[in-house]
Design a protein around this ligand. Sequence first.
Ligand SMILES: [Zn+2]
Length: 85
Amino acid sequence: MRVRITYDKIERTFRKTVKCLGNCGRYVTRQKTFFQTENPFNVHELTKLPKDRVQIVRELHETGDRWQLVSETCSHCKTKEEAKQ
Ligand SMILES: [Zn+2]
């Protein structure tokens, strides 16, 4: 008998509203979902032990927090930049 093991995908969605880098005064709203899978191969960098759910959620929040600090360029400024090249 084959046993199918399903691994839990843990995901968190983050949103941010940041000022556009293009100096147009607009604000850019972005949404992004980060995920990790809880499985025996998803191990902690230092301990090499499989990460548990709590650890994964904590890491997703760290990743999300970092992403929320990253500046963005709005679609208008992006189009302008691309036209210049
Ligand atoms: Zn802009």
